[in-house]
Ligand binder design. Sequence first.
Ligand SMILES: Cc1cc2nc3c(=O)[nH]c(=O)nc-3n(C[C@H](O)[C@H](O)[C@H](O)COP(=O)(O)O)c2cc1C
Ligand code: SF4
Ligand code: SF4
Length: 255
Amino acid sequence: MPVIVKLTPNISNILGPARAAKAGGADAVSLINTINSIMSVNLDKMAPEPVVDGKGTHGGYCGPAVKPIALNMVAEIARTMDTRGMPISGIGGITTWRDAAEFMALGSGSVQVCTAAMVYGFKIVEDMIDGLSNWMDSQGYATLDDFVGKAVPNVTDWQYLNINHDLKARINQDLCISCGRCHIACEDTSHQAITKEKDGKRYFEVVDSECVGCNLCMIACPVPECITMEAVDTDRPYANWTTHPNNPMAKAAAE
Ligand SMILES: Cc1cc2nc3c(=O)[nH]c(=O)nc-3n(C[C@H](O)[C@H](O)[C@H](O)COP(=O)(O)O)c2cc1C
Ligand code: SF4
Ligand code: SF4
């Protein structure tokens, strides 16, 4: 009887229970279960919702909101030396074929669906199979093994990202409705890189020398595709934070 150990995300490091499952002889791990959460507080009764005879307790967060957390935990297990290679069944917010494909690309050999099936019924699984199958055909993947885990080698720690890979925001003036949200976002909480007027009129333009490519403006813009991020050539070779002159740890290592 194969044993698949289901892992809770209510833990600071998912590798601990994954290692324990492996050491205990598990055939596979599945993750994630639900995330402990209080969704709201009833301010009249001064207790968490749903209020049960004056008291409340936490529930389990699930569905699309937990997908990013689940993907990260799956990736951690798939890429870490001593847990790598353990069969993984990915769970958490899977609603479309694309969600399933993303879990698989990060190393899940199978996936599970709970919330989406509860909301839309089992038919949603057939839709996902259709979509996944069409996408696999379009990519030339004949079997799931052709792409399961394919994104794992491209998951790294932030300090190894290329510090010389530079992006600049680009505003499509034909699509811009001059709402100003990008300006406010960049002005108040990023790098003051978007102007708000030109010749006395509202006009939103990126100042390349100030833009750090954080993409906040793109998220704030209500018009799809109006702001895009463009990679610009810096003529600088790959370098990362581990050797950067501003990194005190790098300095200490060099001394
Ligand atoms: C109403 C409900 C009941 C659940 N009961 C269980 C359970 O008994 N055992 C378990 O391992 N997971 C249980 N789960 C967690 C799901 O199996 C799944 O791990 C989690 O909801 C994340 O997937 P999802 O976003 O597709 O729902 C339950 C989830 C929901 C929403
Ligand atoms: S990418 Fe960031 S820094 Fe650049 S313009 Fe947008 S919000 Fe400002
Ligand atoms: S948020 Fe988008 S639509 Fe609004 S001013 Fe900026 S670029 Fe134009």
